[in-house]
Design a protein around this ligand. Sequence first.
Ligand code: HGA
Length: 609
Amino acid sequence: MCGIVGAVAQRDVAEILVEGLRRLEYRGYDSAGVAVLDNNNLQRVRRLGKVAELAEALTREPVSGGTGIAHTRWATHGEPSERNAHPHMSAEHIAVVHNGIIENHVSLKTALEAKGHAFSSDTDTEVIAHLVVEELKNASSLLHAVQNTVKQLKGAYGTVIIDKNDPERMIVARSGSPLVVGLGIGENFVASDQLALLPVTRRFIYLEEGDVAEITRRSVDIFNTLGEKIVREIHESSANYDAADKGPYRHFMLKETFEQPESVTSTLEGRLGEHTVLEETFGNGAATLFHQVQHVQIVACGTSYHAGMVARYWLETYAGISCNVEIASEFRYRKSFVQPNSLLVSISQSGETADTLAALRLAKDLGYLGSLTICNVAGSSLVRESDLAFMTRAGAEIGVASTKAFTTQLVGFAMLTLAIGKHHGLTLDKQKELTAALKSLPRKLEETLELAKSIEGLAEDFADKHHALFLGRGDQYPIAMEGALKLKEISYIHAEAYAAGELKHGPLALIDAEMPIIVVAPNNDLLEKLKSNVEEVRARGGQLYVFADAASQFKSDDTMKVIQIPDVHPWLAPIVYTLPLQLLSYYVAIIKGTDVDQPRNLAKSVTVE
Ligand code: HGA
């Protein structure tokens, strides 16, 4: 999604701003821009395309000055173009960058046009710049003008505003889109993600909903929705500055796929006792809540939703507790019935996914027993607003298509299954067995990654394909869905996933020699059923690619290529079988020549609904 960086310093800030944008560019965007103030000179440069285009423009058309704002845009209102790129301006002295959506922009624009404001873009954002100019007519300061402006905005915003006539400060406001203030020595910064500011500081203040802050070189004053000055905690970040480095890998996605044994190890570290999970891992009071809970409601989007779907099988099979999973954008807009003693579990890599956050906020009014988030970003909105949090410790995930965030979310759910199960009849023997299985998981993932070369060999078969079908049963059905999503996201091949038992209810009609069918088939209690489905496909000439362990006893022949996956405890097979599907979609994308880390039209952390 969009990225914001801002700075107030004595030195020139253009390079800091551009480097900040580079560090946010993995999220996906379509255009970029900066506005920098040098005394009373406001210089703005914007470009369609990548940050590299903007950087290149700045070498030809350099800007200088100590106060500046910068933005990478992922268009929601108005096509991607230079005129729609941020910063947007009004009256030649106010410049604004914004993440989010101003829902009442049409009525605000009509009123502003009636007052003589001419719009130069098709964005919703531009109303903010003109409103600030209007409010400055009556306000005593830029701060007050912005405070009066945000009162008129409906929707979501993280916004930063600078004024050519008042060049020593920037005003920032947050509602529904994250902003973090970075504290330097004699200089201060703001960004939509701390990652952008790690080259310049490690001290951060996370703004809360409704906060407006005035930032100068020497001060950061924060005001809440009531306009009261408040103090927010300063956090020292230990995030890894080099996380945004590809190392020896050609793409971040490949690097992150190979990091999974390590990220799963860190996610498990210090959280397993000899025979079971340490419940404090989920936060204070987790044990009491898990004891009371009788039902789990999971809400998530995209890949995280698939993790939730696997968790439903686990929670019902092993923890003996009922569970529902719903797409957050559906959940938030329908009237739902809350089961007694329900725990709401939200899942999101970034912790800022707009629909998931809205679902959590809605749930607070619906009478849930409590809320837990499974999340990869400390200090994110979901973490701060949930009663309990499980941090996935995957490290920064840069590739837009999620890999290690997904498998560590599954590890989080595996631990939740143990933690809740122990209050609901999961025997000590079973806890011991499952804990031992979890401990051996990183090694299983390492063994599975050794298959990369043979999976690369399969990718050639997909080069001229337009469609693919993924099949699984039970807890492998969501893994088939995740495999299909990966292939769609990065290779642009249309892929669908079906619970294999559904084949004869429709999709069998699609099968012919042109349709590759990918099957995830570990040896479990549904294997015989799945084998019948495989035969149905084979009888109709489909080309099969079967991922299975030795015990499943599939044999390669003219119609079927079998890739042998290491043996694994059936409980954790969904995690292990995810890896070959990630690798398959990666190598297919390489053959197709697509932009693996930043697939077209997609963004990393979806902070707009
Ligand atoms: N609505 C603004 C900002 C979009 C955004 O935040 N995307 O993540 C625009 O379209 O420019």
